[in-house]
Design a protein around this ligand. Structure first.
Ligand code: 6R9
Length: 660
């Protein structure tokens, strides 16, 4: 039995290292408590102070929080600012012009350093290019790009001219991309010829071309292409342009357009429990404030830090902790094009050693897979590398189990680096419940306490508080500046999904179950309480995958559930009824492969079910409802102990059990 498995429950507490606590931005629990008390005393005053001290406003705000049209809250709404100005120009003015903003490393190990001055010039040139195409404030631009400096330039350039970007993760299929382009009403798409990951080139421009032939996307006038590999691409004259040709012709000065604080900085699609993906709309002022504050508080950013967030810019973590937060805070950050396992599973550790990373922020799924790799091959074990530059570690995207936490703390952090288990969501804009490195005593597996100003709580199904020690529904009781503003094009869904009337209509519903420790009040996240799956930190709705499956002509019916998985956190398990007779074992394998590839094409490779079981039917109640809790038990291969008396066709359980 490995050392990891033997740590069944972790009761140890890790106080903040004294030296760290002393010089931390939030120092000790006294520092934390003082900020919480300030927010408690004067909620609006607290946020107003942070807003004034931390952002540059071209027109200062006088109003702080407008609740008149709740839950469509407005923050700082008579103020004006520009996100790109705050991320770039401010650094030129503050003496950071020659500081490295981004250390970019390609898949095959080429490293470039980009200073704030250079990044500013590149963003300005590209912003001028966008303007020359008639793109302006209020337009939406879809970005479908690899991890690249150009990706950040594209996002920042949109922000600079007031265009709202919507980044789509490069792993999504042409259909998923198409759906988002149409929903957001994009006027342009920014992409790359190809994306390089793990030594393989993946076509992006081709996928954009395909998406745009699907119809309904006629508003897209331009496709701007970053030349990454030089691979062959089809070209539509008049519509397609090279990013470098567009930018090179432009001036390196582009005045940032001031926008109202509530102007949508971006729309990012994420999965909900029902229906199509939701376009989560974020503001400029409130969002940017929190992106910066959490860099200073959670990551205790110091001028000499080398910050590395391994997320993709296609997810919210890559927005807040690559494209905006680190730049707004004047950080030097590493950005990496590739994957953790190429050329081998020591890549992350080798990069930390070589680039002298001080703050490392990654996902539990990556940690768990690298633990496995290190145990299988000592050459890629972290002890082979000098990781002494590290001072803080972060985790995000899913619950980190105490075993993985301990391994991370011991083997990567050398026992000296606090592990920050940051709980947050696309909708929260930035961290909401997280330890602070210089204040919070850590307990493995717990994201500990809410940040100052975040009124997180646990309630029952009627919205009543539950006492510590009892599990319940995680909510946030007061609006905060970085919160989601609406679902693009569907305000009713926004209200229903996040402020459900059952809970009284005023509590923000996170969608996770949680429990607070009796003594410490620490939060532990128990996972989603809706039909949202979390596979390797990627959020997916079971409905989306079911819709993709039934879109296949051979499928009659499908139900998808998650089951715990050692590496990916959750794994997708699909129960499928075919239009033809139930296949024998041999056929089942082949059809399962076909269906997996089908889902890959419909949604993207991340949505491929790990397991597919075929039955003559699905377990249903007499009223025809699929009994998902039974499917969840079947997927886990556990004995069915639930009441099955309402089941119309009990024999189906045995069949689906056998089908594995
Ligand atoms: C940032 C991000 C949000 C969902 C969230 C929860 C899960 C994220 C977590 C965590 C336990 C953590 N989640 N961080 N669960 N501990 N530290 O991941 O956003 O993609 O929108 O996912 O991820 O279930 O509700 P997003």
């Amino acid at each position: 039995m490995s050392a990891i498995e033997s740590v069944l429950q972790e009761n140890r507490v890790f106080p903040p290292p004294e030296a760290l606590a002393k010089q931390a931005t939030i120092s000790g629990m006294a520092g934390y408590n003082a900020l919480c008390a300030e927010a408690e005393r004067d909620y609006e005053g607290f946020w107003a102070r942070l807003g004034r001290e931390n952002l540059h406003w071209s027109k200062p705000f006088s109003r702080v929080l407008d609740e008149s049209n709740a839950p469509f809250y407005k923050w700082f709404d008579d103020g004006e600012l520009n996100a790109s100005y705050n991320c770039l120009d401010r650094n030129l003015e503050n003496g950071n012009a020659d500081k490295t903003a981004i250390i970019f490393e390609t898949d095959d190990g080429k490293v470039t350093h980009i200073s704030y001055r250079e990044l500013h010039a590149r963003v300005c040139r590209f912003a001028n290019g966008l303007k020359s195409l008639g793109i302006a404030k209020g337009d939406r631009v879809v970005i479908y790009m690899p991890m690249s400096v150009e990706g950040v330039v594209a996002m920042q350039a949109c922000a600079r001219i007031g265009a709202t970007h919507s980044v789509v993760f490069g792993g999504f299929s042409s259909k998923s991309l198409h759906e988002r382009i149409v929903d957001v009403g994009a006027v342009a798409v920014i992409t790359a010829d190809e994306q390089m990951r793990g030594g393989k080139a993946l076509p992006l421009k081709n996928i954009v071309d395909e998406a745009l032939t699907l119809g309904g996307a006629e508003a897209v006038r331009k496709v701007i292409v970053y030349r990454r590999t030089g691979g062959q691409v089809a070209w539509q004259a008049g519509r397609d342009l090279w990013m470098h040709e567009l930018a090179d012709a432009q001036s390196a000065e582009c005045p940032a357009v001031p926008v109202e604080a509530e102007h949508p900085l971006f729309i990012l699609y994420t999965s909900g429990s029902t229906g199509k993906p939701k376009g989560v709309q974020h503001s400029t002022g409130g969002y940017l404030l929190w992106a910066k504050m959490t860099m200073l508080w959670t990551f205790d950013l110091k001028p000499h830090d080398v910050f590395w967030c391994t997320a993709d810019i296609g997810w919210v973590t890559g927005h807040t902790y690559i494209a905006y937060g680190p730049l707004a805070a004047g950080a030097t950050q590493v950005m990496f094009e590739g994957v953790p396992t190429y050329p081998d599973a020591g890549r992350f550790w080798e990069m930390i050693q070589r680039l002298k990373v001080t703050i490392f922020y990654t996902a539990p799924t990556a940690i768990r897979s690298l633990i496995k790799a290190a145990e299988a091959d000592s050459k890629v074990h972290p002890r082979q590398y000098d990781l002494s530059s590290l001072r803080l570690l972060g985790s995000v995207g899913e619950p980190i189990n105490p075993e993985a936490w301990m391994w991370y703390h011991t083997n990567i952090g050398g026992g000296r680096c606090p592990v920050l288990d940051t709980f947050w969501q696309t909708e929260t804009g930035g961290h909401v419940i997280t330890p602070l490195p210089g204040a919070t005593p850590l307990v493995p597996g717990s994201c500990t306490l809410p940040l100052p100003g975040i009124a997180a709580a646990i309630v029952d199904e009627t919205g009543q508080d539950v006492p510590n020690g009892n599990g319940g529904i995680l909510v946030i009781k007061r609006p905060w500046p970085a919160m989601i503003r609406t679902i693009w094009g569907d305000p009713e869904r926004f209200k229903k999904s996040y402020f459900p009337p059952e809970l009284g209509g005023t509590l923000y519903l996170a969608g996770d179950g949680s429990i607070r420790d009796k003594d410490t009040g620490y939060f532990t996240i128990m996972g989603r309480i809706d039909d949202v799956l979390n596979v390797s930190g990627h959020r997916m709705g079971t409905m989306e995958i079911e819709s993709a499956l039934v879109a296949n002509p051979i499928v009659a019916e499908a139900a998808v559930v998650g089951r715990p998985d050692d590496t990916t956190g959750e794994a997708i398990c699909a129960f499928v009824v075919l239009k033809r007779a139930r296949p024998n074992d041999e056929e089942a394998k082949q059809i399962a492969t076909e269906l997996r590839n089908w889902v890959g094409k419909e949604i993207g490779p991340i949505a491929k079910p790990k397991e597919i079981r075929f039955g003559d039917n699905l377990p249903k109640t007499r009223s025809g409802k699929i009994m998902r809790r039974l499917l969840r038990s079947l997927a886990k291969n556990e004995e069915i102990t639930q009441d099955t008396s309402t089941l119309e066709n009990p024999a189906i359980l045995e069949q689906l059990k056998q089908a594995r």
